[in-house]
Design a protein around this ligand. Sequence first.
Ligand code: MG
Length: 157
Amino acid sequence: MTRVGFGFDLHPLVPGRPLVLGGVTVPSDVGLSGHSDADVLSHAIGEALLGALALGDLGRHFPDTDPRYRGISSLALLTDVLALVQGRGGRLVNIDATVLAQAPRLSPHLDEMAKRLADTLRIPVDRVSVKAKSPEGLGLLGRREGIAAMAVVSVEV
Ligand code: MG
């Protein structure tokens, strides 16, 4: 059986934090706030992986009240999520993800994000698609109050 999972995440942008997306630190005057490294792209992918097998969301498995997850690399969370999926007999086939960010320009970094995600999730990089979309100045994303990400994954069980 092939199953599909969808994930969405959104984090606020604040001064004094690094901007980490797909495990890559992108040069930026502001970064995402959150309990972990707030890597919104990795979180969306993790939510999609859990969703494919109806295993709930990241907050259920990695509560932000747990000091173990404070400042943790979200790639480490993805490694744990992958183990959960594999433990249920799941095999990740591919990822398609979009980051919604007004700034900075992400296109120079998308290949590196795909590579880091592919390495972490142990699939060939040609099965990881990372795209960036500008919100065209609209709404909270356009005002640079936050960055959002969406991801779809397919998992063979
Ligand atoms: Mg998150």
